[in-house]
Design a protein around this ligand. Structure first.
Ligand SMILES: [Zn+2]
Length: 170
């Protein structure tokens, strides 16, 4: 499986999110070499805390395959999933989750916590692979937040993540 190839497609969606003013996170879901779900962050557009790249891609893949089970699918996402999305990956029974940049603040595949240590109804958790095109994924986030900070008027805190306890990765 060409992880970089699919992560590049997720990155293209993340760039699309950045252009729309959203925190740049993109996601694709692949089954037998075919992309069956695509998503990008649309939290601002939908005004919904549920509209992360992964949830959007999972919803699309469920519809495309006519099943809530994505057992033979791999999910590629540019940023380590949050607790909601890691939970959704478990619930969807994904075979594998591949991410780009780690998220020391909210990443739930080992950075902050490892949600996949939880066994769900005896099903094996998805396998994890992190750090695929990590620098490209992290750079996109870094640039986005840098621009946000520059655009914010003086005295007004910028949107989303104003400060990070760890800015080591992005
Ligand atoms: Zn999420």
């Amino acid at each position: 499986m060409d992880h970089q190839h699919y992560m590049s497609q997720a990155l293209a969606l993340a760039r699309e999110a950045a252009q729309a003013g959203e925190v740049p996170v993109g996601c694709v879901i692949v089954r037998a070499g075919v992309v069956v779900g695509r998503g990008r962050n649309r939290r601002e557009e939908k005004r919904s805390a549920l509209s992360h790249a992964e949830t959007e891609a999972i919803r699309q893949a469920n519809a495309a395959l006519g099943s809530w089970r994505l057992e033979d699918c791999a999910l590629y996402v540019t940023l380590e999933p949050c607790c909601m999305c890691a939970g959704a990956c478990l619930n969807a029974r994904l075979e594998r989750v591949v991410y780009g940049a780690a998220d020391p603040l909210a990443g739930c595949l080992g950075s902050r916590i490892d949600l996949f240590r939880m066994e769900l109804e005896g099903a094996p958790p998805p396998r994890i692979l992190g750090g695929v095109l990590e620098e490209d994924c992290a750079a996109l986030l870094r640039e986005f937040f840098l621009l946000q900070r520059r655009r914010a008027p003086a005295g007004v805190p910028p949107v989303s993540r104003p400060t990070r306890p760890s800015a080591l990765l992005w």
